[in-house]
Structure formats: C-alpha cells, structure tokens
Design a protein. Structure first.
Length: 148
C-alpha cells in the first residue's frame, strides 16, 4: 500500500517532480524521529516507463494501476511548467491527457483524493474535480483558470 502516488506526465516541470519526491523523502527521513510511520510513495505515469520531463531530464515510472478499492493513496500531479494559455491548450491536445483526466475522475469517484501543483491544476479542472471548490494556480494563469 502506498500513501502517495506521484502521477508524472510527459513534459512535466522537472523541479516540480523533484520537489514532490524530495518532500516525501524528507518526511520519510524525519518520521522515525517523530515516532510516526514513514510515508510510502510511487512514481507512476499512464503507460509506465521512462517519462521525459522539461529540460532534458527523465524519470522512471511504473504504469498507473487501474483504480481499485484498495488504492487509498493520494494522487499528486506535479506542475506541468505551462507558461501561457496557448501552452495550456497545446498540452491538452496531447494524446495522454484524456487518460489522465479519466483516471483522476475515477480515483476521486471511488473515494480517492488528489492534489496538484501549479499548472497541473488545469488537469483537475478538466476532470471536473474543482466544481464548488476554491483552487489556485500560478498568478499568470489564474485569469485563465477563473474564466474556465
């Protein structure tokens, strides 16, 4: 069982993937001193395998498993590094997006929790997961998110 599933998308912002992983590693290192269980996590993607990130970096992932009643992990989407509304539109035109949106919606429908950083919040919106909720993204994309 995992506490967190880091869902890495092609072209994600390298530092966002790294900081998500590093924060969980720090929590794991501190857990014994605090007398709490260390968090467990996995890096996943829709297809599994090597995922190319921005800046020429890549990360090895496992295939995102089909949602089961036993997956109680919080799914975390690191930022996508999208800088303009056009970049958001181009990213949403890529082949992996429908699968990610579908999996996010299924995870939440089965009682799961999700979180996203920066421009990955647009994936939560596309999955219908922000209805009636407050959300934030980077300041330069906030007007676009608000208009959606």
């Amino acid at each position: 069982m995992y506490d967190f599933t880091i869902l890495v998308m092609e072209g994600a912002f390298s530092s966002s993937v790294a900081v998500t992983r590093d924060m969980l590693a720090a929590a794991s290192a501190l857990a014994p001193r605090l007398g709490v269980p260390a968090p467990r996590w996995r890096l996943c993607s829709i297809d599994g395998g090597d995922v190319q990130l921005q800046g020429g970096m890549s990360v090895q992932t496992t295939r995102l498993p089909a949602r089961s009643g036993q997956d109680a992990s919080v799914w975390v989407l690191p930022g996508l590094g999208l800088n303009t509304p056009d970049a958001v539109s181009r990213r949403f035109a890529m082949a992996d997006v429908p699968g990610v949106i579908d999996q996010l919606a299924r995870h939440v429908a089965a009682g799961g929790q999700v979180a996203a950083s920066c421009s990955a919040v647009f994936m939560l919106h596309a999955a219908g997961l922000l209805e009636g909720r407050r959300a934030t993204t980077t300041w330069w994309l906030a007007p676009l998110l608000r208009s959606m």
